[in-house]
Design a protein around this ligand. Structure first.
Ligand SMILES: [Zn+2]
Ligand SMILES: [Zn+2]
Length: 338
């Protein structure tokens, strides 16, 4: 089969790989779609951890083509989404229910061969059935939405809150909708790219600002907004992380959701954290949120149909990564069996 193999920093090649024999508990999935994520860009750049050589791709869904055991043959032909994060189940964190913080966490597409391939071998307990009517493109969003659902839980949005979202890419546009679903009275999106601002407005943001038009704090004051009860950073850059702290109201919560490169630091004024009584939270991957993600996408409470999606065959993976990195697309999707 064909696969996009990450060999080490800045080396991603399309290779032919044999499909190995299934071990007990494993399924063979014929990949329908695999989303390209900012994390993939960071992995290829060498600024996010991974275990190469490894087939890239952790946001994928497909059809079960084979099972290791005869006990679950009924799964063959069913569409499934893959939760890429595999917890050990026996470490300190797993036994406290914090499976996403597992000391031995391994991820498909990061440490184990993932979904940018014609086929992927997946442990059976990592798959979730997809309703047959869900469009293929939508199924590529199940993983990022599951992470964002954990993010909105961690941000603790309450009914009536003002929520500021920094960054209107895939994650920001999903977060916007989740904040509204969680009861936010007003959601403000800061995004420099025009077409993303337009989609944010279409999806119901009360206010959409272009941060390149001036100091965002002043732009908010001009709009008579005194900061956010919750500010969610969905970019992962030091300047926007700093901005998130500045834009939070007294008593507010700041969430660092965007993935900053390892080693990046920001200056923090402790007096601001004290005086504003800020709560700063992180959010890491998707503990037990896959079912909720599928439910949101199936019910239409969360829409991805307004997103600009660019499809690529496996051979187009470099171009797909480039567009995702430049932010000229909302989402690049690899269709390996096209
Ligand atoms: Zn991702
Ligand atoms: Zn564990």
């Amino acid at each position: 089969m064909k696969a996009a193999l990450f060999n080490g920093p800045r080396s991603l090649t399309i290779t032919s790989k044999p499909i190995r024999k299934l071990e007990p508990g494993e399924l063979l999935v014929k990949v329908e779609v695999c989303g390209v994520c900012g994390t993939d860009v960071h992995i290829v750049d060498g600024t996010s951890r991974s275990t190469p050589p490894v087939v890239l791709g952790h946001e994928y869904a497909g059809v079960v083509a084979d099972t290791a055991s005869t006990d679950n043959r009924e799964l063959v032909g069913r569409r499934v989404a893959v939760d890429p994060n595999i917890a050990c189940g026996i470490c300190y964190f797993c036994r406290r229910g914090l499976v996403h913080l597992c000391s031995n966490l391994k991820a498909l597409g990061v440490d184990i061969d993932g979904g940018m391939a014609e086929y992927s071998i997946v442990p059976e307990r990592q798959v979730y059935l997809i309703p047959p009517a869900m469009p293929k493109e939508t199924s590529a969003f199940i993983e990022p939405v599951s992470c964002t659902v954990h993010g909105i839980d961690r941000a603790g949005v309450k009914a009536g809150d003002t929520v500021i979202i920094i960054g209107g890419g895939t994650i920001g546009l999903i977060m916007l909708q989740l904040a509204k679903n969680a009861g936010a009275a007003s959601v403000i999106v800061l995004e420099p790219i025009e077409h993303k601002r337009r989609i944010a407005a279409e999806l119901g943001a009360e206010l959409v600002l272009d941060p390149s038009q001036g100091d965002p704090s002043a732009l908010l004051r001009d709009a008579a907004i005194q900061g956010g009860d919750v500010v969610i950073e969905c970019v992962g850059k030091p300047q926007t992380m700093q901005l998130a702290i500045d834009l939070a109201r007294r008593g507010g919560t700041v969430e660092f959701f965007g993935v900053a490169p390892i080693g990046e630091k920001i200056p923090l004024e402790p007096n601001q954290v004290y005086y504003k009584e800020l709560t700063i939270v992180g959010s890491y991957v998707n503990p037990h949120t896959f079912d909720r993600s599928i439910a949101l996408l199936t019910s239409g409470k969360l829409r991805v149909d307004a997103f600009q999606i660019d499809r690529f065959p496996l051979d187009g993976v470099h171009e797909a990564l480039r567009r995702q990195k430049e932010g000229t697309t909302i989402k690049s999707i690899i269709v390996p069996n096209s």
